[in-house]
Design a protein around this ligand. Structure first.
Ligand code: G3I
Length: 350
């Protein structure tokens, strides 16, 4: 299989990558060969989020997403729509009327439904599945007190799924969240998915983002979550996988954080390069994780890396800027990390 991730894993699940604008529109030329070789699923990292694709009330910015969809079709990859409704990267005007007053529930829902109709309608038949709603829970399983929830309660979730299904009945519909290995959070997401299903609202799968560290969370705890979701009757996908090798004073989840961090480089301990023993640990962690994914290939439909190469990873800027991060399987020079790719291909073939 010429050390190709997508070929090696094609009997089991899709292998995806999240893309930025430059990679999607072809101005990052080094990305193309890698994408074509290893990935059969593409997720827009930012360019389909509300603030990017719908920055002003009467202005849609479809261009970058159009390019991404064309690229996906060129390399025969499926497109994942990320994300229709989120509390983050959503402009403030979304929640307000022309005088600046907060919208009523009905007005906000109408605005959300119009957004979904326009975006999903445009790409109808070309997007394989949507992260319809992203990160609606806190880690303890309580509903996140976002503007969406504050104004509409959980109806915003129901109506987002109903609308997406109505506009594109053939696209898959997912709920997506981070720290989905935490039992309270997994249970809350499953409970939500069951409620939708009981009300006749379609939901096909639950996305576990997968922003992990070298040692945590444990394989066992991730495995428990996979099994629970599958037992409840929903597809499982790992939607934003990366492994942070740097010291990180907060949970590795990818949400907004309140803390501020020293502007010095005390957290940037590998800026001259990754020591061999840490590289080995990283390869090992990836091998174990993919071993777990493969053992559950009957439940898992996709594993997506959050980025293509280390240099483009959001972890260079989070939780503080100026980090030199090594979370992915392609390095800063767009070279494959041979040890990791080989290990993953081996996992697939054994
Ligand atoms: O586009 C502007 C640019 O014009 C400006 O010059 C620059 C200066 O900081 O910022 C650019 O925007 C940044 C954007 O990424 C594009 O690079 C934002 O500041 C930055 O906040 C934004 O971060 C994204 C983050 O979501 C926002 O919360 C990350 O790239 C993206 O990887 C991350 O993805 C999320 C998933 O969607 C959901 N799960 C967690 C995951 C990680 O946070």
């Amino acid at each position: 299989n010429a050390q190709s991730l997508k070929k090696s894993y094609s009997p089991y699940f899709d292998i995806g990558a999240a893309l930025g604008v430059r990679e999607a529109n072809g101005t990052e030329e080094r990305a193309f060969a890698i994408l074509e070789k290893h990935f059969n699923s593409l997720t827009p990292e930012n360019l389909m989020k509300w603030g990017s694709i719908h920055p002003q009330p009467d202005q849609y910015n479809f261009e970058p997403m159009d390019r991404l969809v064309e690229l996906a079709e060129k390399i025969d990859a499926r497109v994942v729509g990320h994300t229709l409704v989120w509390h983050n990267q959503t402009p403030d005007w979304v929640y307000k009327d022309e005088s600046g007053a907060s919208l009523s529930k009905e007005a906000l829902m109408e605005r959300m439904e119009n957004h979904i109709e326009t975006v999903v309608g445009r790409y109808k038949g070309r997007v394989y599945g949507y992260d319809v709603v992203n990160e609606a829970f806190f880690d303890d399983g309580q509903y996140r007190t976002s503007k969406w929830f504050g104004t509409a309660g959980k109806d915003f979730i129901k109506r987002a799924f109903i609308k997406t299904n109505e506009v594109d009945p053939d696209t898959e519909l997912y709920y997506n969240d981070y720290n989905m290995w935490k039992p309270e959070k997994t249970d809350a997401a499953i409970q939500l998915a069951k409620e939708l299903r009981e009300e006749g609202i379609r939901i096909d799968g639950i996305g576990m983002q997968g922003h992990y560290g070298l040692d945590s969370p444990s394989l066992e705890i991730i495995e428990t979550a996979i099994e629970k979701i599958a037992r409840a009757g929903f597809k499982v996908m790992f939607t934003e996988v990366d492994i942070d090798v740097l010291p990180n004073p907060v949970n590795r989840h990818g949400a907004d954080i309140d803390a501020t961090f020293p502007a010095d480089e005390s957290y940037n301990i590998y800026k001259e390069g990754l020591p061999e023993d840490i590289q080995e640990k990283l390869a090992n962690r990836y091998r174990e994780l993919f071993g777990l994914f493969k053992r559950h290939e009957d439940k898992i439909t996709r594993v997506t890396f959050w980025g293509i190469h280390d240099g483009g990873s959001w972890l260079n800027n989070w939780p503080m800027p100026g980090r030199t991060a090594y979370p992915l399987v392609i390095d800063r020079n767009f070279q494959e990390k041979k040890d990791i790719i080989e290990a993953l291909v081996q996992v697939a073939e054994n």
